[in-house]
Design a protein around this ligand. Sequence first.
Ligand SMILES: Cc1ncc(COP(=O)(O)OP(=O)(O)O)c(N)n1
Ligand SMILES: Cc1ncsc1CCOP(=O)(O)O
Ligand SMILES: [Mg+2]
Length: 218
Amino acid sequence: MKNLQELLKVYFIMGSPNCKKAPVEVLTEAIAGGITLFQFREKGDGALTGTAKFYLAKELQHICREHHIPFIVNDDIELALKLDADGVHIGQDDELVHIVRKKIGPGKILGVSVHTLAEAVAAQQNGADYFGIGPIFPTATKKDAKPSQGTKLIEKLRREGFMIPIVGIGGITSENAATVINAGADGVSVISAIAQATSPLEAVKALKREVFQREEDL
Ligand SMILES: Cc1ncc(COP(=O)(O)OP(=O)(O)O)c(N)n1
Ligand SMILES: Cc1ncsc1CCOP(=O)(O)O
Ligand SMILES: [Mg+2]
């Protein structure tokens, strides 16, 4: 597996409620466009539950495996364990970081959402591998998101000397992705700019150009 900083470059997050086309199609196109990491986030109006959620996760994980894209599960630790997923992402309202780390073990990726310096200190101490910071820009995708805060926390954490990998989230598109990287993030995590695009493949390519900035790194 690549190192986490590389994996976070273009981090696609998706569940069936986010998709304009069939989830399998969207993920396949996004992989063809060059996403570096995938998070299964089955949440929001009309989200699948129970066995339907499990089988969609399994199908999407299989596609990721075929293309060597690590598969992260949002919130649902039991599902991650059942699938032997590559990692999980949790927020401040989910299970506690140190408990999740204990459940998944040291070899799995643990992402934690942080909104303040204090949350960042605690998350790192308790075993986070990377931070998800946002919403950076306004988003319609997460109904209970906090107000958008721009890139100031990313800048602050880097100024304070945090070396942990960081990914920005919320309202990120190819128009504003470079701002997030220039603030000190390693990558961008994106839902609607890819899942709602007419061409997820082209949407990923456009994001990659902004994230990598140098032709030879693409
Ligand atoms: C990469 C990444 N960053 C942040 C989040 C948000 O997590 P959380 O605050 O727990 O909100 P939900 O996604 O669970 O609604 C994320 N999922 N991924
Ligand atoms: C899950 C999440 N956490 C903070 S903002 C957000 C939603 C991001 O979705 P989009 O990329 O469509 O704005
Ligand atoms: Mg969560």
